[in-house]
Design a protein around this ligand. Structure first.
Ligand code: PMP
Length: 492
């Protein structure tokens, strides 16, 4: 099924002209615009209409920003109310009724252990600003400098802005393994893989010769988004909380993408019951407009006045749109709705795995869903002997019978060696989706994970339409329709 609306020659010409001028004038660093050559002119809910008259189901949602979809009436009303009231639109960090209402609504949603003792800092308006602010905060609070982060993490793009301003910014980051089932670095996946990842973290912190001094903080995403939609197991989250608490290391939860109901709970840390010391929030909290904050426990509030500043900390339209979004998600149980619809989508997508060899893995939490595309013609090979044998001494799946370390030599070599990632094929799926009127994102370590981030307001019927189009696109790529076409399609 290809979605084609009647398109006038004039509309198509305008559409093509805009795209041509974009590619001539905008930076080579542009991203989404290359894979998604559309020119949105109108949008409502899940649907975007392009300048060429075509309509699309938007499962990119501004990279997860649009919790309520495009132009939700409660968001538009909130914005209009501010505009009609004559309130100032930009006020640095001055107090206003709009900001007061936003903070009240935000604090109402926070995990209980944090809500009672929370402080909020309005930083620059992007997620990356909140991350920088959080690092600066925990360094000031602990007097330490390094940060622990995880393989596959994505926290933003700013580097060195503080350094260039004379601020101390030589953040040393130590990378630790993030647990993942499908491409488990230890070759075992499941709870054993997560346990080994946790043990390595503990070991690195306690070994005085590990090369990693006691850090200022640990930052993690409860579900890695850009890293390929990888939900952290709840037990592992609790282990990270125990490990950091026992060593007085502030735990920073990056809920920029997972927040505001996206994963099936209001904040993704709620799945594990973990209370972080610091949360970095952006995307959906601005109700589609730019807004970011750092929320942290009051005892970390060691900053001097002006220690962290910025011009765009007072966007009243974003605060009003954000407060309306937070309240709407809370009052209408949209996190639970995301959990229900997301679970259904996930289970239907898992069926694709049996049907198409190029679908290597399907995973997600709530309405954060990923389909990893692999090369069906190449084998993943076997894991090298070394890790296989080393892991065989650890009770678990790699050691044969659960808990029987007496059979190490019986351990199958390379029990988890998935087929290689297939970024070209994933790009072909994305293109075939677009032809069928479905916008999806690509992510993951090898850009081979097709990502779905639909709005939390998606209905069952819309979810079915999304799944039909995606399945149809995968089938087309499986038949070999698209990769050949790829060579003919200029990107960007
Ligand atoms: N953290 C996470 C988890 C993100 O997904 C992103 C953006 N995708 C960021 C931080 C950075 O946000 P921004 O692009 O607004 O700087």
């Amino acid at each position: 099924m290809t979605v084609t609306e009647p398109v006038s020659g004039g509309a198509r010409g305008a559409h093509e002209g805009i795209l041509r001028r974009q590619s001539a004038r905008e930076s080579a660093a542009r991203t989404y615009a290359r894979a998604l050559p559309i020119v949105p002119v109108r949008a409502r809910g899940l649907t975007i209409e392009g300048a060429d008259g075509r309509r699309y189901l938007d499962c990119l949602s501004g990279a997860g920003t649009l919790a309520l979809g495009h132009n939700h009436p409660v968001v538009l009303d909130a914005i209009r109310k501010v505009l009609d009231s004559g309130a100032p639109l930009s006020v640095l960090d001055l107090a206003t009724p709009v900001k007061d209402a936003f903070v009240t609504e935000l604090f109402r949603t926070l995990p209980p252990g944090l809500a009672d003792r929370a402080r909020v800092q309005f930083c620059g308006p992007a997620g990356t600003d909140a991350v920088e602010a959080a690092f600066k905060l925990v360094r000031a609070a602990t007097g330490r400098s390094g940060i622990l982060a995880f393989t596959g993490a994505y926290h933003g793009m700013t580097t060195g802005a503080l350094a260039a301003s004379g601020g101390a910014c030589d953040v040393r980051v130590a990378r630790l393994p993030y647990p993942q089932d499908y491409r488990c670095p230890f070759g075992v996946g499941g709870p054993r893989g997560a346990e080994l990842a946790a043990r390595w973290t503990e070991y690195v912190l306690d070994d005085p010769k590990s090369g990693v001094p006691l850090p200022a903080g640990m930052i993690l995403e409860p579900v890695q988004g850009e890293g390929g939609v990888i939900p952290a197991p709840d037990d592992w989250m609790r282990r990270m909380r125990q490990i950091t608490a026992a060593r007085s290391i502030p735990l920073i939860a990056d809920e920029v993408q997972t927040g505001v109901g996206r994963t099936g709970t209001f904040w993704a840390v709620e799945h594990s019951g973990v209370t972080p010391d610091v949360m970095v929030l952006s995307k959906a909290i601005g109700g589609s407009l730019p807004l970011a904050v750092v929320v942290y426990r009051d005892d970390l509030d060691v900053w001097e006045p002006g220690a962290h500043a910025g011009t765009f900390r007072g966007n009243q339209l974003a605060m009003a749109a954000g407060a309306a979004t937070l309240a709407h998600v809370r009052e209408n149980g949209l996190a639970a709705h995301a959990a229900r619809v997301g679970a259904r989508m996930l289970s239907q997508l898992k069926a694709l795995k049996g049907e198409f060899a190029c679908v290597g893995d399907v995973r997600g939490r709530g309405l954060m869903i990923g389909v990893e595309v692999v090369d069906p013609e190449r084998d993943g090979g076997t894991a090298p002997d070394g890790p296989g044998e080393a892991l065989a001494a650890v009770p678990g799946p790699a050691a044969g019978p659960e808990g029987d370390p007496a059979t190490p030599k019986a351990a199958p070599r390379g029990p988890r060696t998935p087929r290689p990632a297939a970024p070209e094929r994933a790009a072909a799926v994305q293109r075939e989706c677009l032809r069928r009127g479905l916008i999806v994102e690509l992510g993951g370590r090898h850009a081979s994970v097709v990502r779905l981030l639909p709005p939390l307001t998606i209905s069952d019927e819309q979810a079915t339409a999304v799944l039909d189009r995606l399945a149809d696109a995968v089938a087309a790529v499986d038949r070999g329709v698209s990769p050949a076409q790829e060579a003919r399609t200029p990107r960007g």
